[in-house]
Design a protein around this ligand. Sequence first.
Ligand SMILES: NC(=O)c1ccc[n+]([C@@H]2O[C@H](COP(=O)([O-])OP(=O)(O)OC[C@H]3O[C@@H](n4cnc5c(N)ncnc54)[C@H](O)[C@@H]3O)[C@@H](O)[C@H]2O)c1
Length: 449
Amino acid sequence: MRFFSDRERISVAVIGLGYVGSTVAAVLADGDVDVVGIDIDPEVVARLNERRVHFSEPGLPELLNAALDSRRLRATTGFDDVGTVDVVIIAVNTPVREGGLVDVYLSSACAEVGRRLRPGQLVILKSTVPPGVSRSLAVPVLESGGLRAGEDFGVVFCPERLSEGQALHELRTFPIAIGGHDPDAAAAAAAFWRRTLGAEVLPCGSLEAAEMVKLANNWWIDHNIAMANELAKLCGVLDVDVLEVIAAANTMRKNSGNVNILLPGVGVGGSCLTKDPWMVWQAGRDHDIDLRTVPVAREVNDTMPGYTADLVARELALLDRPLAGARIAVLGVAFKNNTGDLRATPTLPVVAALRDGGADVVLHDPLAEPGEVAKLFGQTPVPDVRDALAGADCIAVLARHDVFDELDFAELRPHVAEHCVVIDGRAHYPAATVERLRGLGYAYRGIGR
Ligand SMILES: NC(=O)c1ccc[n+]([C@@H]2O[C@H](COP(=O)([O-])OP(=O)(O)OC[C@H]3O[C@@H](n4cnc5c(N)ncnc54)[C@H](O)[C@@H]3O)[C@@H](O)[C@H]2O)c1
């Protein structure tokens, strides 16, 4: 099969302009590829075309705007361009409900693409799916237009492994796993990624192997964080600093690398780690294997918001301040540091528990879209950090965005309550900062610290 190899410029259609699709589109356009981004949601397309990037990903708005200005990137709701490009990348959402994949987005995207495919095109599937779905669902739907995968067009699965907050860097530097429907397609995908991103590629034996790479990554992360969270719970009662333990433990060499315990925190959120492990679990069940580590890790991580709310109440009690009526300033409501993404944010159940205890909760997050915060939390966030902190009995840093490093806790001291506790839900302040906070008269408590 002849792919795009003799083309001077490569053209790509990216289907689905969410977090992944818009990042991939921006990086490819920056690498001098002609990109058309296609999304069924007119609001997503309008926002992009009006330069209203709603992802707070460092560097992404600038990159997208430059790509749109130079016309190397266009966004549209129509699929007609699919028939004219060299490569089609599918990055639509693949949610999980009650353990099962909701495949309607993927199958409708494949149907739109399949209808317009022409010989010599390469389709790269990026949406995370349970093992086997690329072969059993995507390929037949792509073939419904009459062309045959492996004969007329190519199909590969290349998992997207970027993580929000470092997406641009990771997209340009992570090796790209490629599982081909057939060797020609895999070779074409390897040539594409080398040429466009200069990326290292990792050939996988099959579509299924590449699907499992993604799932194994997120299964490992969720499981590892669960272990870190339980380690933190234990260190907390032993009066041992969990970060010191982790830093030292991680110096031990094991096989080709080091032990790598991740950091504990207020909980695991986002659109991937809360669902991908369930894809693994369901795949196990489909083959009569009971994968215990998946539900256990999910359960442990889901205890962390309640654990954090209890920590707030306990620390306030030590200061003779009941939770009821206490003013709690929550800094960072997004699901992790340095993103504004609110999907499955563990801060929501923390805030709910604090409110249930009668606390007066104030929200502040400079990265999250205020309207979305208000919709999710039923409360308008306070735009100015000083206003949010005024009179606070507790400053709960539940996502540490880089801008919070500029907070001057000394200058803020008279501005907050006389007895004020800093709860470190995910800031992982170094020991010197903790000492300084205590020296300034703040109480400090971290997860496992
Ligand atoms: N967000 C992450 O950090 C991340 C990281 C790695 C992998 N993934 C995976 O990548 C995929 C996309 O994730 P995301 O976070 O970008 O999702 P998202 O929800 O932010 O975006 C998906 C986009 O696809 C669009 N869409 C849905 N059906 C469509 C169709 N038929 N045609 C065209 N557009 C369609 C939606 O309107 C939406 O804009 C998922 O499978 C996810 O699991 C996400």
